[in-house]
Structures are given as C-alpha cells and as structure tokens.
Design a protein around this ligand. Structure first.
Ligand SMILES: [Zn+2]
Length: 114
C-alpha cells in the first residue's frame, strides 16, 4: 500500500531578498568610461536615473561632483567633457566612501574622443 509523503511543513524558500536585487541605478552594470563614446552613453544613463541621484558634494570651479543614489546609497562621480560644440556632464560609478575626500583628490577624466 503506497504511503503519502509527509508534508514538509511549508518551508518553501522565496528568493526575494532586497539585498541581492540590483538597484535600478545600475551601479554594478556601469564602469568608468574609457572614451567619449562611453561617456556619452553614461550621460544618457544620467538622464534616465537622475531622479534617483542626490548631490553630495560638488566643485563648481572644476565641474566635478559626487552624487549618491537615494535607493542603494552608492556613489557616482559627475564629470564633464567638451563634446563637439558643447560641454556636457556624465556620471560613472565610484566605490569611494568619503565623498569630500574623493572630490578633493579627483581629476577630470579628460577622455579621448576616438
Ligand atoms: Zn542605486
């Protein structure tokens, strides 16, 4: 006579940890740009996620800044470049923990146009 398997007590695991959810800001998916083409893509990304970013520190004299994602708390650098006829801003992810110290040591990337 077949026996029914004992119920396991309803311990089904649900994988929905917010810790492992990638943040919509894409901090893990982006990197420091190597040329102006990549910076252009990051400028577009900045438009897309701008509502998530808050300014932490900014050096207006050097057009550099540090932004923080209000969702995951990680930091993005804000840099600028001359592209064609206009100066434009772009962002890239940084792993700094002290925004002011990062900004003090930061330099513009001066990306090649390629
Ligand atoms: Zn984020």
């Amino acid at each position: 006579m077949p026996r029914a398997r004992a119920a396991s007590g309803g311990t089904a695991t649900v994988y929905s940890s917010p810790v492992t959810d990638p943040c919509p800001c894409g901090h893990d998916a982006w990197a420091v740009p190597a040329d102006q083409r990549e910076a252009l893509a990051l400028a577009g990304h900045q438009n897309a996620i701008g509502h998530l970013l808050a300014v932490v520190a900014r050096d207006n004299a050097r057009w550099l800044g540090v932004l923080r994602c209000t969702r995951c708390g990680r930091l993005w650098a804000e840099d600028s470049m001359s592209s064609g006829h206009a100066d434009m801003f772009f962002i890239y992810p940084i792993t700094a923990t002290d925004p002011d110290a990062w900004l003090a040591a930061a330099r513009s990337l001066n990306l090649p146009s390629r």
